[in-house]
Design a protein around this ligand. Structure first.
Ligand code: NAG
Ligand code: NAG
Ligand code: NAG
Ligand code: NAG
Ligand code: NAG
Ligand code: NAG
Ligand code: NAG
Ligand code: NAG
Length: 641
């Protein structure tokens, strides 16, 4: 019995990665302002073809380029056959050259025939006055590893040889680091091997030859963090004679300190998982963008220029659905107020603005929103951008963020009426290490969350661990810690286990939720308890936390951001995250607390609110406005001496 039970072990690296010093650039500056453009993902998922792409690019150049939207970006799987059986995590449908490199599927991208790759598409896009971008996945394709293709040596045009050996895909592919949401598709490569770096060089040299100006690199950041690959790609881009913008995606559960040593090697990096047209996804961006602003990450040093925390594409206008094999077919689900809130937050946080809707069906309301002159001015040229905590609402809070709360699993039972929810957090988060194990009966252990870190009452909230016969291996200092993994039940008699859905891209709000699955042997539902009291999920590498429902529901409320303009103006945004119209107010005297020397106490500040066009005057130095449910107000305040 014992020998027949497969053991799933979770191996955790304890040592920190050390980052190498940055090389000096040879090419021109890029991304000195947050980049803007159009990306195919929100409207085409992965099924876009050459015609549809160039049609969108043409409209981009005519209508949006005058507003700074200059990058036309093909999102993922441009090398995958769009046929029956194929899908976003299917195996065996990718077009791969003899050197193990993907190239555009000639059925969808006819100009890529005869080894042309994206050359012709890039040329046409450049003639339109635009820049050309592509999405790429981590490392090497699983197909190339299985075919064990040789590696191209770009210096001699033949197979890469070193130490008397011809190196092949299997020598460099890291099977322990497959992309979490596309495990049949791609895996990291070992960049500590010269052959691994040679393979990546063969990719990026080819992208440069095609005329690529922008690379969106996926599955190396967030929960798929591969800092070595990011730094290697960044170095390879500096070997090129053309500047290429480096964008990382997605970035679920990142914190500002996690991006130290990475942000300065790239130009933009996502700070959330995918953003779709759901109100909860918009809400999920407030805390994290506040934290990156407070850490001075906006417009910090980057690769050949600056770097920008990226709040993701704008899913507005005519869209498709996440994870489908279908082009645009529906309108954005966000209300106009929610869309304005999204554009206002993205601009106040100086995010890159990548429009996601199908430009062939660009309606006037969407066009006006994404080209709003005040928002575009703020996004590019404002300074001192940060959350402004000195706002108050006079409304009694009745309908708190029910919809957000409902995304969390409710764990109500027999807990002194206390209403708690299971959610996930980054394992580095101090609040995640509250789990203790205690014996319950012969077959089950309890794993209990301590609401009060100092309390000895470990039974605050308990999950039940299915005992197994494996022993816990001792951690070896500064090497690896091997931890037994197990399944978790919400009650001793439950036949469903806690798990986290992976293998597809989760949206920003979905990232926070845990679900119940039948207790099979799937790895998504396996957890490990680490010595420091964190409870980590084997696949997602996220840690479980218990959130009191009240605290969670209070997470919404009202928010505000402030920034200063090029001509001394003050930009102030109010956001109403409640489900009802709310009066939001602030005192002008509080501006000085945030803006310090950029605020003149000798002024009387008057202004205009941009959505209503109304002129505003302070009454007793208080600025107030009724803001619609999920809506925003944006004031441009100027000083009158
Ligand atoms: C793909 O599947 C659909 C539905 O099953 C079928 O109608 C269609 O003929 C198939 N196409 C090909 C090329 O096999
Ligand atoms: C995967 O394996 C490589 C080499 O064997 C090792 O350097 C790396 O740390 C491993 N990664 C993980 C996440 O275990
Ligand atoms: C958008 O709304 C429709 C119904 O109104 C729903 O079927 C669909 O799932 C929603 N899409 C997203 C991405 O939320
Ligand atoms: C707990 O330990 C793991 C493994 O060493 C580590 O990755 C994580 O950051 C730690 N978390 C906390 C909150 O100490
Ligand atoms: C726990 O105890 C320490 C030391 O007595 C104290 O500083 C800390 O504030 C306490 N924490 C809580 C959450 O009560
Ligand atoms: C005013 O803002 C600028 C950035 O725009 C900042 O560098 C400067 O330190 C601020 N001045 C004061 C006195 O806070
Ligand atoms: C503000 O006014 C006071 C007195 O009215 C004056 O001394 C001070 O220089 C003024 N400051 C600015 C920044 O104009
Ligand atoms: C402004 O302040 C004055 C004097 O303190 C007070 O009488 C008045 O009601 C205030 N106005 C408003 C609109 O709050």
């Amino acid at each position: 019995m014992r020998a027949s039970v497969p053991v799933l072990l979770l191996v955790i690296l304890i040592c920190r990665e050390s980052y190498e010093a940055k090389a000096v650039s040879k090419v021109g500056k890029v991304a000195m302002l947050p980049p803007r453009g159009w990306n195919s993902y929100d409207s085409f998922s992965w099924v876009i073809d050459e015609n549809a792409f160039l049609y969108n690019a043409e409209i981009l150049s005519k209508r949006l380029l005058p507003y700074g939207y200059e990058y036309a970006v093909v999102d993922y799987l441009w090398y995958r056959k769009n046929v029956n059986g194929s899908s976003a995590n299917a195996y065996g449908y990718d077009t791969i050259d003899p050197w193990g490199r993907v190239y555009p599927d000639p059925d969808r991208w006819p100009s890529s025939k005869d080894g042309n790759g994206f050359k012709e598409v890039a040329q046409i896009v450049h003639k339109m006055g635009l820049k050309f971008g592509i999405h790429v996945m981590t490392g090497i394709s699983v197909q190339a590893v299985n075919a064990n293709t040789p590696i191209l040596d770009v210096d001699n045009g033949g197979a890469y040889r070193k130490d008397g050996q011809t190196w092949r895909a299997r020598d460099i592919g890291l099977k322990n680091m497959t992309c979490k949401w596309m495990d049949k598709g791609f895996m990291s490569v070992d960049t500590s091997l010269a052959a691994g770096r040679a393979f990546l060089r063969s990719l990026y040299r080819q992208y440069a030859q095609w005329g690529v100006d922008f690379v969106k690199l996926d599955c190396v950041f967030g929960s798929d963090l591969d800092a070595k690959q990011i730094l290697t790609v960044s170095e390879l881009l500096q070997e090129l004679d053309r500047p290429v913008v480096l964008s990382l995606s997605p970035g679920e559960r990142v914190t500002p300190s996690m991006t130290d040593g990475i942000s300065n090697h790239v130009n933009m990096y996502r700070i959330t998982s995918d953003d779709w047209d759901k109100w909860e996804d918009v809400v999920a961006h407030f805390d994290v963008s506040r934290d990156f602003a407070a850490a001075n990450k906006i417009g910090a040093e980057g690769l050949n220029g600056k770097s920008w925390p990226d709040l993701d594409m704008l899913p507005l206008g005519w869209l498709t659905d996440p994870s489908v094999q279908q082009g645009p077919h529906r309108k954005s689900n966000l209300t106009l107020d929610e869309q304005k809130t999204q554009m206002t937050l993205w601009s106040m946080a100086k995010s890159p603005l990548m429009f996601g809707g199908d430009l062939r069906h660009l309606d006037d309301s969407t066009f006006n929103l994404i080209t709003n002159p005040t928002l575009l001015e703020i996004d590019h040229y404002s300074s001192n951008n940060k959350e402004f905590p000195y706002v108050f609402s006079t409304k009694i809070r009745k309908n708190r963020l029910r919809t957000l709360a409902q995304r969390f699993m409710s764990l109500d039972h027999e807990n002194n009426g206390e209403n708690n929810m299971l959610s996930t957090s980054n394992c580095k988060d101090e609040k995640a290490n509250r789990w203790l194990v205690s014996s319950f009966n012969r077959d089950l252990d309890q794993i209990c969350w301590q609401f009060d870190a100092n309390s000895t009452d470990v039974k605050s909230y308990c999950l039940y661990k299915r005992k197994s016969l494996q022993t816990l291996a001792e951690g070896i200092k500064c090497k690896q810690e091997t931890v037994e993994t197990f399944q978790l039940l919400t009650s001793p008699a439950a036949n469903t286990c806690l798990g986290i859905s992976v293998n597809r891209k989760l949206s920003a709000s979905e990232m926070r939720s845990v679900s119940l699955h039948p207790c099979k042997r799937n790895a998504n539902a396996r957890w490990g308890l680490i010595h420091n009291g964190t409870l980590v999920n084997l696949i997602s590498r996220l840690c479980a936390i218990i959130v009191p429902k009240k605290a969670n529901m209070d997470a919404g409320g009202i928010r505000s951001w402030i920034a200063t303009g090029r001509r001394g103006e003050i930009y102030l945004a109010f956001f109403n995250l409640y489900n009802e119209k709310t009066k939001i107010s602030t005192k002008v005297e509080d501006f000085a607390k945030i803006l310090k020397g950029n605020f003149s106490s000798n002024c009387s500040y008057d202004g205009r609110e941009i959505w209503t066009g109304k002129q505003f005057y302070m009454v007793n130095d208080t600025l107030s406005m009724m803001v619609e449910k999920h809506g925003s107000a944006l004031f441009v305040l100027t000083c009158h001496k």
